[in-house]
Design a protein around this ligand. Structure first.
Ligand code: HEC
Ligand code: HEC
Length: 251
């Protein structure tokens, strides 16, 4: 049995020791923040991007680090997920990337502002959040082809892998806004493809496919890639290759 004074000493001593431990841990956590957030990479562009993010109330619809509204996608790792070229095109005209079902405002950012917003989102994507956001269980299925480790994606020109694949699929991987491109070489000649990709509206007014800025060399590289698909194992005869089942993806 403790006497009254022993109990008091025990209480005060214990409280003191644990308060000190708690304070030390708090100071330690605070000290780690610059390293965890890579504070040294906070460039002026990142800071301007953050101001644009606040001034335009992006959090009214989006979450960042899990904070914000749940109307629109979580943006913490959007740069890793979508790639800069895609985000650049999307911010310039959100409707282009989701024809007919656009819900995001066009902020009419200047090119410099767009780069600032992307720099900010990129910085956010590199903050060490100790596992947030959690990877969804079917992440390999949901990932854009841009980051799948499959050989298909690896052989694609960069612009194709980051932008075209948002709407088109090859080998069953990619978007479904436009037709699968596995056998486009049967439907279009090299020249037709070059003209189509440069200005789809010219060939088919009103088509949802956007004009995507690129150099002639990039366009030629993409068309060569699409023509090269002729040398591959053909997809199933029904035209659209069968999407992968979860079992196949996890193989
Ligand atoms: C009124 C609601 C709203 C606001 C405000 C808003 N967004 Fe969006 N955003 C959306 C929706 C909805 C989508 C999903 C695509 C679509 O349907 O257009 C989206 C998609 C995105 C994407 C692509 C995400 C992905 O994973 O594909 C980015 C990047 C983005 N928004 C950035 C921003 C930035 C930066 C701001 C502020 C300048 C902003 N958004 C403000 C509604 C909003
Ligand atoms: C926002 C969605 C979207 C993006 C991004 C997109 N496309 Fe398309 N694309 C379409 C749609 C939709 C069609 C079908 C056009 C139609 O018939 O009106 C199409 C058609 C095509 C065709 C003709 C297909 C055929 O069967 O004849 C080719 C080739 C093509 N796209 C290549 C590309 C390339 C290369 C890129 C990237 C540089 C790209 N597309 C990016 C939506 C898109």
């Amino acid at each position: 049995m403790l006497s009254k004074s022993q109990a008091r000493t025990f209480f005060l001593g214990g409280t003191g020791v644990f308060a000190a431990i708690f304070l030390a841990l708090t100071v330690d956590s605070m000290k780690r923040i610059p390293a965890l957030t890579h504070a040294d990479q906070l460039t002026e562009s990142v800071v301007r991007g953050k101001r644009l993010w606040e001034a335009n109330n992006c959090m009214g619809c989006h979450t960042l680090f899990g904070e914000g509204a749940y109307y629109a996608p979580e943006l913490t790792q959007v740069v890793e997920r979508r790639g800069k070229p895609w985000i650049r095109l999307f911010l310039k005209d959100p409707e282009k990337m989701f024809p007919g079902e656009r819900r995001m405002v066009n902020y009419r950012f200047t090119d410099a502002q767009t780069e600032d917003v992307i720099a900010f989102l990129d910085w956010c994507g590199h903050v060490n959040l100790q596992g947030f956001p959690p990877k969804p269980p079917l992440r390999d299925l949901l990932r854009p082809a841009a980051v799948t480790a499959s050989g298909t994606a690896a052989s694609q020109p960069e612009l194709f892998r980051t932008i075209c694949i948002a709407c088109h699929s090859v080998g069953g991987v990619g978007g479904v806004v436009g037709p699968a491109l596995d056998e486009v070489y049967r439907r279009k000649t090299r020249d037709e493809m070059l003209v189509w990709i440069a200005d789809p509206q010219k060939l088919k007014p009103g088509t949802p496919m956007p004009v995507i800025e690129m150099t002639d060399a990039q366009r030629a590289e993409i068309v060569d890639y699409l023509l090269d698909l002729a040398g591959r194992t053909p997809p199933p005869a029904n035209g659209r290759p069968t999407p992968k089942t979860p079992a196949e993806v996890y193989e």
